[in-house]
Design a protein around this ligand. Structure first.
Ligand code: SF4
Length: 235
C-alpha cells in the first residue's frame, strides 16, 4: 500500500477532529472520574517500566529538558509513522531509552533520578484523555491507564486538586495532538517538496532488516525541524 500526500492530509483532518473532540470534552466529567477513581501512587515504580508502559513519549518541551540533563537518554519514539521510497523513517518525536532490564533510563533503586524536573507524561500519568478502541473494537474515551493494576484506589481527592489534575491532563493531551499535527503537516510539505511518498513495502522490508541488525535512518520531528538519527546508535 502506498500513502501519498492526500492520505497524510486525511490523517491531518482526523487529528484535527480529535483535537476538536478533546477540547469539547467536559472538564467536570473528567474531574468527577478522577475523584471517583481516587488513584494514589504507592511508589511501586511499575509505570516506569517498558513491560507496563511500553515507552515514555516526549513533547518538544520535555525533549529540550532531557537534552540539557542527558541527551544520551533520548531515542526516536517507536512505531515510526512513515517511511519514504528511499527507506528513511519519520517519527513525531523522541522517547526515553529503557535499560536492558526494561526499566526507564532514569529509574534508579525504584526512584526517578530526575523527579524534580520530571516530564509531562510522568506528571499526568495514570490520567489520560483520548479515544481508544476497547476489546470489542468500539471507540470510546479512556481516562485512566492501568486501572487496578498499580497504585491505590478510592482515596480522598479534593475538588480543587482533581480539577487541577483534569486541567493538566487535558493540557498534556492537547499538546500531544498539536505536536502530532505539526509533524504531519511538516511531513506533508517535505514529501510534496521533495517528490517523496510513504511506501509500506519499503517500511516493512527495512524493519525486517533492522530487526536482523542492519542500521536505519530515522528522522525525528523536533522544534519544527527533522533531526537525523541512525539506529542502532553507531559506537
Ligand atoms: S522519567 Fe522518571 S517518572 Fe518518568 S518514567 Fe522515567 S523514572 Fe519514571
Amino acid at each position: 500500500m502506498t500513502l501519498a500526500a492526500p492520505s497524510i492530509q486525511s490523517l491531518i483532518e482526523q487529528k484535527q477532529q480529535e483535537l476538536h473532540d478533546l477540547v469539547q470534552y467536559p472538564e467536570d466529567k473528567l474531574t468527577s472520574i478522577i475523584r471517583d477513581v481516587g488513584f494514589k501512587c504507592d511508589l511501586c515504580s511499575r509505570c516506569c517500566t517498558e513491560k507496563f508502559n511500553d515507552h515514555v513519549f516526549l513533547l518538544d518541551a520535555d525533549t529540550a529538558v532531557i537534552k540539557q540533563i542527558d541527551a544520551l537518554a533520548l531515542t526516536p519514539a517507536p512505531y515510526f509513522e512513515f517511511c519514504d521510497q528511499y527507506g528513511r523513517f519519520y517519527v513525531s518525536g523522541y522517547s526515553l531509552k529503557n535499560k536492558p532490564d526494561g526499566s526507564c533510563y532514569f529509574l534508579e533503586w525504584g526512584r526517578c533520578r530526575i523527579y524534580s524536573s520530571r516530564l509531562s507524561i510522568c506528571r499526568v500519568y495514570p490520567y489520560m484523555l483520548h479515544r481508544e478502541a476497547d476489546e470489542s473494537g468500539n471507540m470510546d474515551w479512556r481516562q485512566i491507564s492501568g486501572l487496578n493494576e498499580h497504585g491505590c484506589y478510592h482515596t480522598e481527592i479534593g475538588d480543587s486538586e482533581a480539577r487541577e489534575i483534569a486541567k493538566e491532563t487535558r493540557d498534556y493531551e492537547k499538546a500531544f495532538l498539536e505536536q502530532e499535527l505539526r509533524f504531519l503537516k511538516a511531513v506533508n510539505t517535505h514529501f510534496t517538496k521533495n517528490g517523496l511518498r510513504h511506501v509500506q513495502k519499503v517500511y516493512d522490508k527495512k524493519m525486517r532488516l533492522y530487526k536482523k541488525g542492519e542500521s536505519i535512518e530515522v528522522w525525528v520531528y523536533y522544534n519544527s525541524t527533522f533531526e537525523k538519527n541512525i539506529m542502532p546508535v553507531e559506537q
